[in-house]
Design a protein around this ligand. Structure first.
Ligand code: SF4
Length: 207
C-alpha cells in the first residue's frame, strides 16, 4: 500500500452551523473507499486518510463540492464558529470567514484552536479555546488561554476588548506569531500564556 496523507475537511462557514449536504458526504465516502474510516475531531473537522499521490486531485474534488480542506496536525485549526442564529449580519458571518481565511492552517508548535461567537451568549464556547473572539454589538473582544482538557480545565481570560473588525486579523495573527516564535518546544498555548503573562501579550497583540 502507498503512502497516506491526512487532511482535515469542513463545510464552509455558514448560518446554521456545520452543515454537510448529502452530496458532500457521498463525495467523501467515494474518495476514502469502503474500508476507510472518517474521524470526527473535537474541533469540528473531519479527518480523512487519502493516498498521498492523489492528494491534489482529491482536494480539488472536495473543494468542487463546496467543502474546505486544511492541513491536519500541528496547525491553527479552522475557525470554530457558532450557528449565527442572530443572522449573518448581526452575528458577523463575513467577519468570521475573514478570520478563518487568515488563520486556518498556520503551522504552530501545538495545535491551536480559535473560536468565534456572534454574540455574548457564546454558544460556540469561545472561552474554552486557545483564542476566543466574541462579537459584542459593534465591536469585538478577544480572550486567550482557554483550556478545555484535563482536570485543571480553565476559562480563557480577556486580552483586549472594543476592537473594530479591521483590528481582529492583525491582533490574532500577532498572538499566533508570538506563540510560534517563543513557545518552548511543544509548550501548549494555555501554558505559554501563563508563562508570558497577559500584560506582555496585550502589548504584542496590539502591535
Ligand atoms: S453565539 Fe449568539 S449568534 Fe452565535 S449561535 Fe450562539 S446565540 Fe446565536
Amino acid at each position: 500500500m502507498g503512502e497516506k496523507a491526512k487532511i482535515a475537511v469542513t463545510p464552509a462557514i455558514q448560518v446554521g452551523g456545520s452543515l454537510f449536504t448529502p452530496e458532500q458526504l457521498a463525495t467523501m465516502a467515494k474518495i476514502v473507499g469502503e474500508d476507510a474510516v472518517i474521524e470526527m475531531t473535537p474541533f469540528k473537522q473531519l479527518y480523512l486518510e487519502i493516498p498521498l499521490e492523489r492528494r491534489e486531485v482529491i482536494v480539488e474534488e472536495l473543494q468542487r463540492s463546496g467543502l474546505e480542506v486544511y492541513p491536519a496536525g500541528f496547525v491553527t485549526k479552522s475557525l470554530i464558529v457558532c450557528n449565527f442564529c442572530k443572522g449573518a449580519e448581526e452575528a458577523g458571518l463575513e467577519t468570521a470567514k475573514g478570520i478563518n481565511k487568515a488563520i486556518a492552517g498556520i503551522e504552530t508548535p501545538t495545535p491551536v484552536k480559535v473560536g468565534y461567537a456572534g454574540c455574548a451568549l457564546g454558544t460556540s464556547e469561545p472561552l474554552l479555546k486557545d483564542i476566543g473572539v466574541v462579537k459584542m454589538r459593534d465591536s469585538f473582544d478577544i480572550y486567550v488561554g482557554g483550556e478545555a482538557k484535563g482536570l485543571k480545565a480553565s476559562l480563557a481570560k480577556l486580552l483586549v476588548s472594543g476592537l473594530s473588525e479591521a483590528q481582529l486579523v492583525p491582533v490574532i495573527t500577532n498572538v499566533i506569531d508570538f506563540y510560534k516564535r517563543n513557545a518552548k518546544g511543544k509548550e501548549v498555548f494555555s501554558k505559554f500564556i501563563e508563562r508570558i503573562t497577559l500584560d506582555q501579550l496585550k502589548k504584542i497583540a496590539l502591535g
